[in-house]
Design a protein around this ligand. Structure first.
Ligand SMILES: Cc1ncc(COP(=O)(O)O)c(C=O)c1O
Length: 373
């Protein structure tokens, strides 16, 4: 069976975890946590990075930082993972669902203005498949209406929009290091802070509402409860794992680029002949090589295709069910949303197996079998 995902180790993870034990420091913000944070800050050119237990938790931190009041709204794409909306709902916001562009499947910036009301606080964007949203327009709309932009960059680590890293546009951005991501530590995430005025409060929120980080740095002589928060710090065992992977980020990205290009080259003729749409990467975007998806002509054909691949021992998956039509989305008023592109794409998209050490032999098998469909 060629699985959809296979966790990848660069080889030094166990050694660095052993070092974390030898350091006698395995809780949060130990030596490896600091190293991994600095690595990400330097690699991306971000003011401040805080490692978190997941991208969902980094999004929750962003929600707490917004100090949402009852009735406040956030605009989110309907075509995304639950967490993009859930994190803000958990902290009091009403989600307003936006449709996506038919080409990149990113939030449709041309449909945002009518969704802005006097209660809108933030626009949360997702760089779907690690391909940048139209950030110039989105940042312009946000500025005009005094809104905060938060980038859910779970897919987009190392992707660029107009030569600038994704995750460096919004006031805040979030990363995921879940097993399925390019760089992983099993479960993990990060909050990227591009606006320094948010840093001190973010540290407090991540440390159960206490000013413990300031205490550890010697900036206060005792620490106490000062704000809202939760337990969002990543253990140094996982940070050691993450540090090992971040050390190899360039090599990982090269491998993934080769896989993506192989798929594209070996499927493009078949796609044209069969009315299948391959991913579209705008000229001004450098993608993160996070996934390879196909847009099948219909739901029926997609169902047949996934079944056919399974019969041939290939696991392919689809996602996302439109959030505005989910049980929870509907309870939150989502039914009034107009997201025809989301609804259509949700029925037609399928993701092919894609993981860092996918062998050429496996790629040959998948592409040959797809070509026979
Ligand atoms: C767009 C998006 N946001 C958020 C998440 C949640 O990430 P995590 O599992 O690290 O909480 C995911 C997970 O795949 C995702 O795809």
């Amino acid at each position: 069976m060629i699985t959809f995902n296979r966790p990848y180790c660069v080889g030094t993870e166990a050694e660095l975890i052993a070092t974390a034990f030898a350091n006698k420091s395995i809780s949060g913000d130990g030596p490896f946590g600091k190293k991994a944070q600095t690595q990400l800050e330097e690699q991306l050119g971000v003011e401040k990075v805080l490692l978190t237990t997941s991208c969902t938790h980094a999004l929750e931190m962003a929600a707490i930082l917004l100090d949402l009041q009852p009735g406040d709204e956030i605009i989110v794409p309907s075509y995304t993972f639950v967490s993009t909306a859930l994190a803000f709902v958990m902290h009091g916001a009403k989600p307003v669902f936006a449709d996506i562009r038919p080409d990149t499947l990113n939030i449709d910036e041309t449909k945002l203005e009518p969704l802005v009301t006097h209660r809108t606080r933030a626009i949360v964007v997702v760089h779907y498949a690690g391909i940048g949203c139209e950030m110039d327009t989105i940042m312009g709309i946000a500025k005009q209406h005094s809104l905060i932009v938060i980038e859910d960059n779970a897919h987009g680590l190392y992707g660029k929009y107009k030569e600038k890293y994704l995750g460096t546009f919004g006031t805040l951005a979030t990363q995921s290091f879940h097993e399925t991501k390019n760089i992983t530590c099993g479960e993990g995430g990060a909050l990227l802070i591009n606006e320094p005025s948010y840093s001190e409060r973010a540290e407090i929120i991540r440390e159960k509402g206490t000013n413990r980080s300031l205490f550890f740095r010697g900036e206060v002589d005792k620490y106490t409860w000062v704000d809202k928060g939760s337990s969002y710090v990543l253990s140094d065992i996982l940070a050691a794992f993450l540090h090992a992977q971040l050390n190899e980020a360039d090599k990982i990205q090269i491998k993934r680029k080769a896989i993506w290009n192989y798929y594209y080259e070996h499927l493009k003729d078949w796609a044209i002949a069969n009315d299948v749409r391959l991913p579209i990467i705008p000229e001004h975007c450098e993608q993160a090589y996070h996934m390879f998806y196909l847009l099948m002509p219909s739901l029926e054909i997609r169902t047949h295709f996934i079944k056919y691949l399974k019969e041939n021992e290939i696991s392919a998956v689809f996602h996302y069910l439109p959030l505005h039509k989910s049980d929870m989305g509907r309870k939150l008023g989502g039914e009034q949303s107009h997201c025809p592109v989301t609804e259509n794409v949700s029925e037609r998209l399928v993701r092919l197996p894609f993981f860092n050490d996918m062998a050429e032999e496996e790629l040959t098998i998948v592409t040959k079998i797809v070509n026979h469909f």
